[in-house]
Write a protein that binds this ligand. Structure first.
Ligand code: ADP
Length: 290
């Protein structure tokens, strides 16, 4: 299964183009779509979900044109939008039954499927309460459950971990890992730690463009020999920040350990090279495109 996106662009109006000539091929497994706010992640996801139309470009699912024939993707799609709305008076069972009806899912297995999903997102105990009384994290979890109702082959989650606590994030990762074997799963985030443990591949977006796409290790390798640490006196930090892109600082005795990005021929005195992480690579790749 493959989703092939070619030369996609989206112009909202004369002032705003959200995607520029965007091309990517997405295969089975988990793709982490990473980029700062405004990068165009939601726009791309809405177009894939056939909720929004591109200004130009093509999208093929296993060779079939989903712009001409949206049902090709709609019948295999699970989608969690960013501003997921719920019906406050329905309880979790009623809500999922309603969504199932909208998607044309029914039959004898439905009640069991709903139970399994509520179990998977840890909402069984609250399933009879009106959704309007749920916390933000619980609403997000019912949103995840509705996206999974039809056993989707293409799953699109826009910022799915917003509002989830660490334990809920772990459950979410487990759910995704179980699904990743035979589906295309696209998760967006502006926070590296939300996706680095679950994504097989990462696509970094900025300003409506695809900056980098590949296996996590290939992305990390792009920051090889670019990440350094140095120990500074407290009063030297401000000046250092004006010359280098600082990633992180930590107190060490009476000095400051600074992790920073540098080009190989512009390294601060007494720095040591350190192995890059996905976070480092993300900052390195996005800073190069300002
Ligand atoms: P992200 O999901 O990465 O935060 P979005 O796709 O939401 O990015 O937005 C990309 C850009 O398009 C932003 O500059 C945003 O303000 C703009 N944008 C999004 N939706 C609309 C819209 N309906 N009309 C005009 N501009 C929009």
């Amino acid at each position: 299964m493959a989703l092939t996106i070619t030369n996609l662009s989206k112009q909202y109006n004369a002032q705003k183009t959200a995607l520029f000539d965007y091309s990517i091929t997405i295969n089975k497994g988990v793709l982490g779509l990473l980029g700062p706010n405004g990068a165009g992640k939601s726009t791309l996801m809405k177009i894939i979900a056939t909720i929004s139309k591109p200004s130009a470009g093509t999208l093929l699912l296993d060779g079939e044109d989903i712009l001409k024939n949206p049902d090709v993707i709609r019948k295999v799609l699970g989608y969690l939008p960013q501003d997921f709305g719920v019906y406050p008076n329905l309880n979790a069972y009623e809500f999922l039954e309603y969504i199932a009806a909208m998607k044309g899912i029914g039959g004898r297995g439905l009640r069991k499927r709903i139970e399994q999903l509520l179990e998977g997102v840890n909402l069984i105990a609250e399933a009879k309460r009106p959704i309007g009384t749920y916390s933000g994290g619980m609403k997000q979890r019912i949103g995840i459950a509705q996206a999974l109702l039809n056993d989707p082959k293409v799953l699109i989650f826009d910022e799915p971990t917003v509002g989830l606590d660490p334990e809920e994030r772990m459950r979410f990762r487990q759910l995704i890992a179980d699904l990743a074997h035979d589906s295309i799963i696209i998760l967006s985030s502006h926070i590296v730690s939300d996706i680095d443990t679950i994504a097989d591949e990462v696509a970094i977006m900025q300003g409506g463009r695809l900056i980098s796409h590949g296996k996590q290790q290939d992305i990390i390798n792009q920051a090889d020999n670019r990440i350094f640490e140095v120990l500074l006196e407290n009063n030297a930090l401000a000046d250092f920040k004006s010359r280098y892109k600082v990633i992180d600082t930590a107190r060490q005795a009476d000095r400051i350990r600074v992790r920073y990005i540098s080009t190989a021929n512009d390294i601060a005195f007494s720095s040591v090279p350190v192995a890059a992480t996905l976070e480092d690579a993300y900052l390195f790749l996005t800073q190069n495109n300002h």
